[in-house]
Write a protein that binds this ligand. Structure first.
Ligand code: 5GP
Ligand code: ZN
Length: 115
């Protein structure tokens, strides 16, 4: 999709530190990490947000979680958090569905737990 930052990263038009790629999934390091491990997992086709996940495209979400499981095993990440922000109030700043993988620090719970 034109003018989508993450579509441009997937296409290689904007550089990123890639950590994983398969037919469905692209994963790369977050440019402003909030934990020692902070990767972003995105579907290769443009889906704006979690509100647009349907029976027709949910396989891409399943593939993302398979990739997260694989990366966690490969990198011996025993404990981690997966976050999806959907919509402005939730803090979504890039309108291409993505899941944050966070690890490597003790995490609290609640609104300010990741700041
Ligand atoms: P959101 O706030 O939408 O849930 O997450 C968007 C994430 O994308 C943020 O954590 C932000 O740091 C990251 N981000 C924004 N622009 C870039 C970029 O150009 N490259 C990379 N690697 N991450 C980005
Ligand atoms: Zn996109």
């Amino acid at each position: 999709m034109e003018d989508c930052l993450f579509c441009k990263i997937i296409a290689g038009e904007i550089p990123s530190a890639k950590v994983y790629e398969d037919d469905f999934v692209f994963a790369f390091k977050d440019i402003s990490p909030i934990a020692p491990v902070h990767y972003l997992f995105v579907p290769k086709t443009h889906i704006c947000c979690a509100k647009k996940i349907t029976a027709d495209n949910s396989v891409q979400v399943a593939k993302i979680f398979e990739a997260i499981s694989k990366i966690a095993a490969d990198e011996k990440i025993d404990s981690f958090r997966v976050i999806n922000n959907c919509g402005e109030d939730a803090g979504q700043s890039v309108m291409h569905l993505h899941f944050h993988l966070l690890a490597g620090k003790q995490m609290g719970w609640g609104e300010q737990s990741l700041g």
